[in-house]
Design a protein around this ligand. Structure first.
Ligand code: CA
Length: 233
């Protein structure tokens, strides 16, 4: 299946240049000039990746990214002329996957897009199989099973769900609120329970919880499962 990329860029020439390069690579493009239009497209068309300009008329890229993340987990590559925007985006913990500074060479951007699509496909594959291996661990989502070097590790259901959520979102920082909403299934409640469960889960799988390898803390924002430790088939 052909991948489709949504490009949100108000400078027509730049947007068209990106489209031309991507189409040459066999990737479909959907080009829009405002975040509002982009969000509308996302609501009714599947896209595998989003290229997002930050400086846009109407709602800007920062606000758009927050809204996009509520709709989809696909990779978002930010393009911006200001280097300081990268720090801001990271600081806000909004979940951008990559950042390209303008002016950029279209070849560089296309290479980044391809790399992000490839990573997404790999993760997609493990999700489909329901089997994820990380470090010496083997996680069978359907079978509700966690093994370490072939030995079954007992794990309470909530910790198992938490682990599955973090692993299947590896590489993305999740706020305690996101985790609470998705794992506990509640919008309101005692979010501090997330930290308690993360500590327990770390104790179970990390060996030393003072230097977590798998579940990393992103200070001020939340937790991120280290995607580099997930085995790629
Ligand atoms: Ca712009």
């Amino acid at each position: 299946m052909k991948a489709r990329v949504l490009i949100i860029e108000d400078e027509r020439e730049i947007g068209e240049l990106i489209s031309i390069y991507l189409q040459k690579e066999g990737i479909d493009c959907l080009l829009v000039e405002t975040a509002e239009e982009g969000l509308k497209q996302l609501a009714d068309k599947a896209c595998e990746l989003i290229v997002l300009d930050l400086n846009l008329p109407g709602i800007d890229g920062f606000e758009a990214l927050g809204k996009i993340r509520k709709l989809t987990k696909v990779p978002v590559i930010i393009v911006s002329a200001r280097k300081s925007d990268e720090d801001k985006i990271l600081g806000l913990g909004l979940g951008a996957d990559d950042f390209v500074t303008k002016p950029f060479s279209p070849k560089v951007l296309v290479a980044r897009i391809r790399a992000n699509l490839r990573r997404m496909n790999e993760l997609e594959q493990v999700r489909k199989d329901g089997i994820i291996e990380f470090g010496d661990y083997y996680l069978d989502i359907e079978g509700y099973l966690l093994k370490h070097k072939g030995t079954r590790i007992p794990i309470p259901p909530r910790e198992f769900d938490l682990l599955v959520f973090l692993v299947t979102n590896a590489g993305t920082t999740m706020t305690p609120e996101d985790i609470y909403r998705m794992v506990w299934g509640n919008k309101y409640g005692d979010v501090s329970t997330v930290a308690v469960h993360v500590q327990r889960l770390r104790k179970r799988i990390e060996g030393s919880s003072s230097e977590p390898r798998f579940i990393q803390t992103v200070h001020g924002f939340g937790y991120r499962f280290n995607e580099e430790l997930i085995a790629k088939n």
